[in-house]
Design a protein around this ligand. Structure first.
Ligand code: MTE
Ligand code: MOS
Length: 751
């Protein structure tokens, strides 16, 4: 089944924030952000700005009736700066005007005097100065210090990975207006409506039940709207609360890029020890996460880095430490993979380095260290239904890796200025929020008296297709045509206390809640049918919109059944609640069983490098992926393709640059290069591994949103191998993104 939104998307009928018709008298807001990355505010003069025609009000921290606090995990982030600013673009005030133009004019008339302080942009520098967002955390297994002496080979290195701009097509924005008795309705482009609701309540000093957050869909989130949508939703809510008028805000692209956090850059040191047979015996790493000026989701992202720091390998002795460093960048945040890619890039770099030094292909080391059934993860969970070995073997066989290697060797022998390279990237990704208590969801289902169905859940549709999957679930359980089912907007008054749609768990959590609700309704409908047929309810089956008694088709159709139930005063509404069973985690010992299951897969990536220009093309991405029993292969394939391209972008071309004063240099699409149709792989094939799928995955269909992102990491190593083919003296460096500029320097050792 194709995505229910496809036609509306391509014909422009889908409603995003900016398509919501605004009420008469709606005001428009623009954010006044800090012009420096770090400093003490001496004085601000708003009078010239305020005097401009059309300016309704300029709102600052002084106008906040509740708390000036929007920090999610840690209360360390103000909505509007008070005495100090900590990053370039940090919101200081909100200009509310009759139209956006007036507000933008006023922006330029604000006089601000700031005593500038040193801006820290480098996490290692922050570490030196003792600037942390939270204390460091360490995961350990085995006996690291005792294991080095058993290692035949030990290698040490340094790894850098850069930030990444989310570049959701729809920028951050929100629209708020007043209802009766001080209530507020907020349309927000957010992945987390409840976080918005809770934070608006806190800042306004009113109860959560006064605030209704509604999201029809968002134009992409990729993690960038899990936490960072909140500030803007709170701003318009505050403005409409103070002014008693509707207020709308929608960021311009360059403001969005400047003001919002991105993927965390990481800087890491590693040490890896191998036996004579290339078994990895020990792995130690210290990572410095560039958290930015406030915690945002950094603590949770740090946690997932720790969980995935050994990727798909079993390593008996490990010690992994992450420092979450406080710098003067916008607070970095969730981004597809949520810290896992950064961790996996380090272990893959360590393996690549060992392979290079030992003059063997990396895959030799990868293969003999792959996780096996019943191995223990460093966080204590025992690995079950492990499919990484099968995926790796299958991808090698299916695409004949030996032949690819040979072809590349021959190609490189007969071409001086064009070289090819290959790498293999295995992935193991844990599914569930690592914070156990977030793994819950609810669904509200109404069957209307005409037999049509309305579904509300906490899931946010952001292009990943969760709404389609939810409709499939209801259609399957009720055994009715999908045309009878409508997916409602995500609304905090209908479904409360939602977890954000993130961690690739949107379909698992909300889908399971939906199954529970639908099953509850089915039970009642079967009882009604049994009454109608004077038989026992367990004789009744409903299939293809028809009631069956035993195997016998009856004359009762879905519509008649629903109508009869309604006339018999049977409730046709049901709320389902789901909480993932089994999972737990004890932070005091850093051990537990945090994941419902793991997703596995392996990709082969080949590239062609132009050694005169330093430019490259991604030729093939060939994948064997464990989807479980995919409930929607079309959507899942789309997620694989999008994820892979995004991962390649992070590793090869997307370069977030700040100047020494902490100002973003790459603040628009002419200076920040994202993958386009010309840079996607020429061939992207994904073979589905046939497995029955884990019980805890929705209908045994595994989560798909994030894992494929990490296949993109292979592109880095494939390019690096091609560089080596041209310049054997090139000393490998693990510094991503590997932009054509860097490639060119490495080809000629000019660095
Ligand atoms: N796909 C599209 N088209 N747009 C998005 O914003 N976000 C990704 C992934 N795929 C995203 C996407 C991220 S970061 C996550 S966590 C998951 O989708 C969230 O959706 P799910 O939990 O329903 O998989
Ligand atoms: Mo995704 S980074 O968990 O929103």
């Amino acid at each position: 089944m194709s995505n229910i939104d496809s036609i509306n998307h391509v014909t422009g009928k889908s409603v995003y924030l900016d398509d919501i018709p605004v009420q008469k008298g709606t005001l428009h807001a623009v954010v006044f952000g800090s012009p420096v990355a770090h400093g003490k505010i001496i004085d601000i003069n708003y009078s010239n700005a305020q005097a401009l025609p059309g300016i309704e009000r300029i709102i600052t921290c002084k106008d906040i009736p509740g708390e000036n606090q929007i920090g999610g995990i840690i209360s360390d982030e103000t909505l509007f700066a008070e005495d100090y600013v900590h990053f370039h673009g940090q919101p200081i005030a909100l200009i509310v005007a009759e139209d956006e133009q007036a507000a933008r004019k006023a922006l330029k008339l604000i006089d601000i005097n700031i005593e500038e302080k040193e801006a820290i942009t480098d996490p290692r520098m922050a570490k030196q100065k003792g600037l942390f967002l939270i204390p460091p955390r360490t995961f350990r297994m085995g006996n690291i210090s005792g294991s080095w002496k058993d290692c035949e080979y030990i290698f040490e290195g340094k790894v850098e990975s850069g930030g990444q701009e989310h570049l959701y097509l729809e920028t951050q924005g929100a629209y708020a207006y007043n209802g009766e008795n001080g209530s507020i309705k907020v349309h927000s482009s957010t992945q987390g409506p409840t976080i918005v609701q809770k934070t608006v309540a806190k800042v306004l000093g009113i109860p959560m039940n006064c605030i209704e957050v509604d999201v029809a869909r968002i134009g992409g989130g990729f993690g960038g709207k899990e936490d960072q949508a909140t500030a803007f939703a709170v701003m318009v809510s505050l403005a409409s609360y103070l002014l008693k008028k509707p207020v709308k805000l929608s960021l311009h692209r360059s403001d969005d890029m400047r003001m919002t956090g991105k993927r965390h850059p990481y800087s890491s040191d590693f040490r890896i020890g191998l036996s004579e047979e290339y078994k990895i015996l020990a792995f130690q790493t210290t990572m410095y996460q560039n958290g930015g000026a406030a915690a945002d989701l950094s603590p949770a992202i740090m946690e997932r880095t720790l969980f995935h720091s050994t990727n798909a390998y079993f390593i008996p002795n490990t010690e992994v430490t992450v420092y979450s460093c406080k710098t003067n960048l916008p607070p970095n945040t969730a981004f597809r993979g949520f810290g896992a890619p950064q961790g996996m890039f380090v272990i893959e770099s360590a393996i690549a380095m060992a392979a290079n030094e030992l003059h063997i292909p990396a895959r030799v080391i990868q293969k003999i260290n792959l996780l096996q059934e019943n191995n223990e993860f460093q966080y204590g969970q025992i690995a079950k239904e492990v499919n990484i070995g099968i995926c790796y073997q299958k991808v090698e066989e299916l695409y004949d890796v030996g032949k690819i290697e040979k072809e590349i060797k021959e190609f490189n022998k007969s071409n001086d200025l064009i070289k090819r390279g290959m790498a293999i990237m295995p992935v193991c990704f844990g599914v569930s929020f690592t914070n156990t208590r977030m793994n819950q969801a609810r669904a509200l289902v109404h069957i209307y008296q005409d037999g049509s169905v309305g579904i509300s859940t906490g899931a946010i549709e952001m292009g990943q297709g969760v709404n389609t999957k939810l409709i499939q679930i209801a259609s399957k359980i009720f055994s009715i045509n999908i045309n009878r089912i409508k997916l409602e907007s995500t609304n905090t008054s209908r479904v409360a206390n939602t977890s954000p749609t993130a961690a690739s768990s949107g379909a698992d959590l909300n889908g399971n809640a939906l199954i529970i609700a639908c099953n509850g309704l089915m039970e009642r409908l079967r009882a009604t049918a049994a009454d109608m047929l004077s038989c026992a309810p367990d004789e009744i089956k409903i299939q293809d919109e028809t009631v069956f008694r035993g195997r016998k088709k009856t004359h009762i159709l879905w519509e008649k059944l629903v109508e009869t139930a309604f006339f018999s005063r049977v409730s046709l509404s049901e709320n389902g609640h789901y909480a993932t069973p089994v999972i737990n985690f004890d932070k005091s010992v850093e051990k537990g069983h945090p994941f419902a299951y793991h997703v596995y897969g392996t990709a082969i990536i080949t590239v062609t490098l132009d050694c005169l220009r330093g430019t490259y093309e991604i030729d093939d991405v060939l994948i064997v992926h464990d989807f479980g029993n995919s409930m929607n292969p079309d959507i899942d394939k789309g997620q694989v393709e999008g994820g892979v391209v995004m991962g390649i972008g992070w590793m090869t071309m997307e370069e977030v640059l700040f100047d020494n004063y902490g100002k973003l240099i790459t603040n628009n699409l002419s200076t920040y290069k994202v993958p386009d149709i010309y840079s996607v792989p020429k061939v992207l094939e994904c073979h589905a591994l046939k497995t029955k799928g884990p019980k805890l995955a929705i209908l045994k269909s595994k989560a798909i949103g994030e894992p494929p992102f990490m296949y993109g990491i292979g592109a880095f190593f494939a390019i690096q191998n091609a560089i080596k083919a041209f310049n054997p003296k090139y000393k490998l460096e693990y510094n991503a993104p590997l932009t054509p500029e860097k490639v060119l320097m490495r080809l000629y050792n000019a660095y």
